[in-house]
Design a protein. Structure first.
Lengths: 190, 190
């Protein structure tokens, strides 16, 4: 492989020249929002674009490689929850990820398979280290796009199934206009 | 290890809260500049600060970890060459590095142990992928700080000795006000 460049626009999050451009719509978030009535009602109005990812991933899926790109979570609500990413563990649990927030306002919700959790605020300038073993989900609490630049090892892989089946232990919800962490009433230990 | 954040100032390159802050002065660049007379003359005026690194490195030196930080190359000249970093291979050659240029103007000079070379322009927005095996050196061709955010695997390590002994195959020099790539007259195949 030869060196190559792509170009990151800090206002739009578009990574010009990236290998992949992924779009996730509301229908792919089935079961992830606590308020199922609000979810179905919103889906009835159309399959909204929740987030997008531009990513450089054509390198071999090897431990010494670095996949990288941008995540753009659009602003929106489902009941008192916010638009967010699906969230995932890495398939190779012993792999970290680094996020640099370049635009917008949000939280990264994180948890381990052992039930530890943490939420870190994302705003421009924040560089977040997500250690090995920590599942992670970006949540947009603002009125503008939440944009992060991310990097993870080439062999990490994505495990979306665990979060799809069990959810996260904690939710971030709007309480009188303030983002507030609460227990997930639908969290499943199964 | 728990998740943690540091704060990146895009104008200064300071990564607030970083584990390490490293400063490299002109005296540590002995033998790296082609024009030895200009080097000694400049050193005679004082041991100038050439570049600084803020870095998060307290994670275990394991393949799935990600060390990350900022590099700030100050503006300056040594003869017709520019202020630059020492440049290095990774000790574990099969490890990549990603750079995101956030400020300033420069080049990344790169080469492999097999003699391939590449130079990529660095300006705000450029995301550069440095593949496994490629030595790399940042060169500031502007009048302001050249600031990059970088990420590399925790087990990569640094091999500065090869570049110190042999130099890079190519130099970037000022020719009538334009940065120009030339063969390194002092490059050693030994």
């Amino acid at each position: 492989m030869k060196p190559f460049t792509t170009d990151l626009n800090l206002e739009t999050g578009i990574l010009r020249g990236a290998h992949n451009h992924l779009q996730r719509r509301l229908s792919s978030m089935e079961g992830q929002y606590s308020d199922r009535v609000a979810y179905e009602a919103l889906l009835g109005q159309g399959d909204a674009l929740v987030y997008e990812v531009y990513e450089n991933v054509k390198m071999p899926p090897a431990p010494g490689e670095l996949y990288h790109g941008t995540s753009i979570v659009h602003p929106g609500r489902v009941g008192d929850e916010y638009f967010m990413t699906k969230g995932h563990f890495h398939q190779v649990l012993e792999t970290a990820e680094v996020y640099h927030c370049v635009h917008g306002h949000g939280y990264m919700m994180m948890e381990t398979p052992h039930g530890e959790w943490a939420a870190e605020e994302l705003k421009p300038g924040v560089v977040l280290y997500v250690p090995p073993q920590w599942a992670h989900r970006s949540i947009n609490i603002g009125n503008d796009d939440l944009i992060t630049f991310f990097i993870y090892p080439g062999d990490a892989g994505h495990d979306y199934g665990t979060v799809e089946a069990k959810g996260f232990h904690k939710l971030v919800v709007d309480r009188q206009g303030k983002p507030t962490v609460i227990d997930n009433p639908r969290w499943s230990a199964a």
